[in-house]
Write a protein that binds this ligand. Structure first.
Ligand code: PYC
Length: 318
């Protein structure tokens, strides 16, 4: 059957792109978002490839399929994906989705509950058009874990859940500077590989597929730290990575160095900044709040011509 055209809206959040599929996606049913994400991955992976891979996309592109919510009281649901696979969660993408919904006239200033495969998040569109996202509960699983990385020696890091699994490294590897991008990709790629080779995982054996390195900020008046984040698919996050910032907030809180409500300013490799705080619930659960800015910068209708060999994207393995 020929695929009908569908409509996408592009934005970027502090430099990192989000492409929201606003209509025309496949029918994934009305079940929980985690089930629908699995169905998307197993039965409709062409959509991910069509949106994120060349010739329409590129390595840094993050896609977002707008869906009906499963959880009550949610405005909508969303499934994120990139050049490699579906993503558990994506905060820069949630910020991009929020300004996209505002651009479409579907929401205004205020708080909006959004259903995702890992839980409900709350996105607040502010008067100044910035967006704050209250993430799912986040936590540090382990501190100062050593891993032998061929060519780099013993690398130590914290393991934390920020909506994705992260290995957080302080002050090791290449300096966290734009000039060292290639070395940072090589270093973090080697760490990710070593973690998998040594069976070091998140909970339930989940792969630690995001590696985050921290260094000093360019300007301590603007940020507390600068990071570099390698995402699954080997692209680096152009923004400070919202789930990575959430993982950092959880680690700082667990170490006793960040009190609830105190602002942590996390710069990314382009020196754009997310602001983060932790909220501590009465049962000790930690909810990170991350805010940043996003801008809508394009709209398109995708056409699927059966004669086009790359209508569903160029597979990344060829
Ligand atoms: O902002 O959470 C994030 C994110 C994950 C992957 C790319 N960006």
């Amino acid at each position: 059957m020929q695929q009908a055209p569908f409509h996408v809206i592009d934005s970027h959040t502090e430099g990192e792109p989000t492409r929201v599929v606003v209509s025309g996606g496949p029918d994934l049913g009305r079940g929980p978002l985690a089930e629908r994400a699995q169905r998307l991955q197993h039965d409709h992976d062409w959509l991910r490839s069509a949106v994120c891979n060349e010739p329409r996309g590129h390595a840094a592109m993050v896609g977002a399929l707008l869906c009906h919510a499963y959880q009550p009281d949610c405005l909508c649901g969303v499934i994120f994906f990139n050049n490699h696979s579906t993503l558990n969660m994506c905060i820069h993408g949630t910020i991009g989705l929020t300004v996209t919904l505002a651009h479409m006239g579907k929401i205004g200033v205020g708080s909006h509950r959004i259903d995702t495969p890992v839980g409900v998040v709350v996105a607040t569109l502010r008067e100044d058009h910035s967006v704050e996202v209250a993430n799912v509960p986040c936590y540090r699983k382990a501190a100062d874990v050593p891993v032998e990385v061929p060519g780099w020696g013993t690398v130590r890091g914290d393991i934390a859940w920020g909506g994705n699994w992260f290995f957080l490294i302080n002050g090791q590897g290449p300096a966290v500077e734009f000039a060292h991008l290639e070395a940072l990709v090589r270093f973090t790629g080697a760490v990710r590989h070593a973690l998998a080779a040594h069976g070091i995982t998140g909970d339930d054996g989940m792969e630690i597929d995001h590696i985050e390195v921290f260094g000093p900020p360019a300007d301590p008046a603007v940020a507390d730290s600068r990071n570099f984040v390698l995402c699954p698919g080997h692209a680096y996050d152009r923004s400070p990575c919202g789930t990575g910032t959430s993982a950092k907030l959880a680690c700082l809180h667990a170490a006793g160095t960040l009190l609830p409500g105190r602002i942590w300013r996390q710069a990314g490799i382009l020196d754009t900044v997310f602001h983060g705080t932790v909220e501590e619930l009465p049962d000790g659960t930690i909810i990170p709040h991350v805010s940043g800015r996003a801008w809508v910068n394009g709209e398109a209708t995708y056409i699927f011509n059966p004669a086009d060999p790359f209508r569903h994207g160029i597979p990344t393995s060829i």
